[in-house]
Design a protein around this ligand. Structure first.
Ligand SMILES: C[S@@+](CC[C@H](N)C(=O)[O-])C[C@H]1O[C@@H](n2cnc3c(N)ncnc32)[C@H](O)[C@@H]1O
Length: 366
């Protein structure tokens, strides 16, 4: 891991080879290496907070490094994944339970059809089997020590069993449309996860994960954390709800989950003068987040933040630099400010428009 560059570390890709971190691919996340780099380079003390914790990269890495951590996220899917990845488990108990489950015969219904946008993303028989498995995991396994792992394995197998694939922030039809054996995928994934647990030493403190909004942080008292490591949504926000809408609809009752970026969401309601109101709304919400970070940090506490600017069809907005300026206004000092990578932005007709920076900056509460 030591040989990774910062531009690689700020992506989720390196996690693909790391036990437990690889249980659910989250394109919006960064890597374990990034969190370890931040802890070491800036000599961060615990407790550490990640107010946009996603699938728990900060939290799991802190646990692996024996550092107490807290996290929150507005996405129930992200929180569930983070929770399942960071729990302490009794491996023997899980293995025993798993060998019982492997022996079980499932009798899947052969007919019955619910027409919805979700069912259309699957072969009819695959969908019947998926609903049957979901019912089994959610109800029959409710009290099992393997419940979280079994549910995450099923959620993760859902896209694989469907006839769509994730493309950036949306879903597109995949080339393979036939029947997919969801039970086989599910068992394979659980087997893989248990092997990962065996490879890892899970001795550190379990993090606490809250349903909270980074603009409010109602679960956190003033001066309650020593450090923050985080990555907020970027200005060119990924529509988290569209990228994960299949999983959210099936497992998290999507209508109740009004999940967008949750930063800059009030763009329509707010009366803004700007000709690009999303920028105004984004900065307005990020200001709230910065104020909350300042409030919950102890004096001299540090926040390591990974964020990029935004590219629009006609311009580049350096929201990353704007954030640093606002942080200074709220009383932070800037200890470090590094460009992790630069992305060229192009206009459809007139070509190269400029560069968007993804950066890492370190704020100190004074
Ligand atoms: C860039 S991702 C962070 C990913 C994380 N670093 C990881 O490795 O998994 C940003 C996260 O912020 C969450 N989010 C968006 N708006 C939020 C808000 N207002 N409060 C808390 N979380 C929010 C999204 O659900 C998403 O998981």
């Amino acid at each position: 891991m030591a040989s990774l560059s910062l531009s690689e570390m700020v992506t989720f890709s390196p996690n693909k080879n790391i036990p437990i971190h690889r249980w659910f691919y989250y394109r919006e996340g960064y890597s374990k290496a990034f969190v370890e780099w931040a802890l070491k380079t800036y000599q961060l003390d615990g407790p550490v907070l990640d107010p946009f914790c996603g699938v728990g990269t900060t939290l799991l890495t802190c646990k692996e490094n024996n550092v107490q951590a807290y996290g929150c996220d507005v996405s129930p899917l992200a929180r569930f994944v983070a929770q399942t990845k960071t729990r302490n488990y009794e491996l023997e108990e899980l293995q025993k339970e798993f060998s019982e489950i492997k022996k079980m015969e499932f009798t899947f219904p052969r007919e019955g059809r619910v027409e919805s946008w979700v069912s259309k993303r699957f072969n009819a028989q695959t969908f019947r089997e998926l609903l049957h498995m979901k019912n089994f995991v959610e109800h029959e396994m409710k009290k099992s020590p393997l419940h979280g792992i079994a549910l995450l394995a099923l959620i993760d197998s859902t896209l694989r069993a469907s006839n769509v694939e994730r493309m950036g922030a949306s879903l597109r039809r995949s080339t393979s449309k036939g029947y997919k054996p969801i039970k086989k995928f599910w068992l394979q994934k659980m087997d893989f996860m248990l092997k990962d647990l065996k490879k890892s030493e899970m001795t550190g403190p379990e993090p606490e994960i809250f349903e909270d909004d980074a603009r409010v942080l109602r679960h956190f008292a003033n001066e309650s954390v020593s450090s923050i490591i985080t990555s907020p949504p970027y200005l060119n926000k990924i529509e988290y709800a569209s990228a994960y809408k299949l999983e959210l609809a099936l497992f998290f009752e999507e209508p109740k989950t009004q999940l967008r970026s949750f930063v800059g969401e009030n763009v329509k309601e707010r009366e803004v003068e700007s000709d690009l109101p999303i920028v105004d709304a984004y900065m307005h919400d990020m200001d709230k987040c910065l104020k909350q970070m300042y409030r919950v940090l102890t004096n001299e506490g540090k926040a390591v933040i990974n964020v990029a600017g935004g590219a629009f069809p006609d311009r580049i907005v350096k929201s990353d630099e704007m954030l640093i300026e606002h942080a200074i206004e709220y009383g932070f000092e800037v200890e470090d400010n590094i460009v992790a990578r630069t992305i060229d932005a192009y206009q459809r007709h007139s070509g190269f428009m400029g560069k968007v920076n993804e950066r890492v900056f370190v704020l100190v509460k004074k």
